[in-house]
Design a protein. Structure first.
Length: 172
């Protein structure tokens, strides 16, 4: 049975990672040569790219744990920017537009991704919302992907200081 049909809660995933137990991950090729993936209740899929031999490097595990333990902080930063999306004109607004919906209900967290290969990143379909300078490499960032049909919003965060770097909207 594939673990893709099994959902773990956030606390369970953190517990397993802290104990070095990677048996709950599915290891297969998706974004990179070998990825580790697990589905989490309420937070979508956790995907760690560029892993090998059914193991995850210790430095990556520490980073994933740090992010998961502070996920609320990252979500707040993303939601604070996502509410600036102007649906009528399909561009980022100034904040003067009235956003009447709770962003947590409008933008569904679909995926948390670490180590996305640089070649996979595409040009966004609309204007990018830039919040910080672009990082040196893909290893310096992680992504929170939010679905809001017909768009996907990919929020990129700097690992070093937990700061939102950019949000790119894509047509699904």
């Amino acid at each position: 049975m594939s673990l893709n049909s099994v959902y773990f809660n956030l606390d369970e995933v953190i517990f397993f990672l802290k104990n070095g137990d990677f048996s709950f991950f599915d290891f297969y090729i998706d974004y990179s040569e070998n990825d580790a993936e697990v589905y989490m209740e309420g937070t979508g899929c956790l995907c760690i790219c560029n892993v090998s031999d059914n193991s995850i490097p210790e430095q990556t595990v520490r980073l994933v744990i740090e992010v998961l333990e502070h996920l609320d902080e990252y979500l707040k930063q993303a939601y604070d920017k996502l509410v600036l999306w102007n649906w009528k004109h399909h561009k980022w607004g100034s904040g003067n537009e009235s956003f009447t919906h709770d962003p947590k209900k409008v933008f569904e967290l679909e995926e948390i991704v670490f180590g996305w290969p640089e070649y996979w990143q595409q040009k966004c379909d609309f204007q990018e919302c830039r919040a910080a300078p672009e990082p040196e490499t893909a290893a310096d960032v992680f992504w929170l992907n939010f679905r809001c049909d017909p768009l996907l919003f990919s929020a990129k965060f700097l690992c070093e200081d937990r700061r939102l770097c950019s949000i790119k909207p894509y047509i699904l």
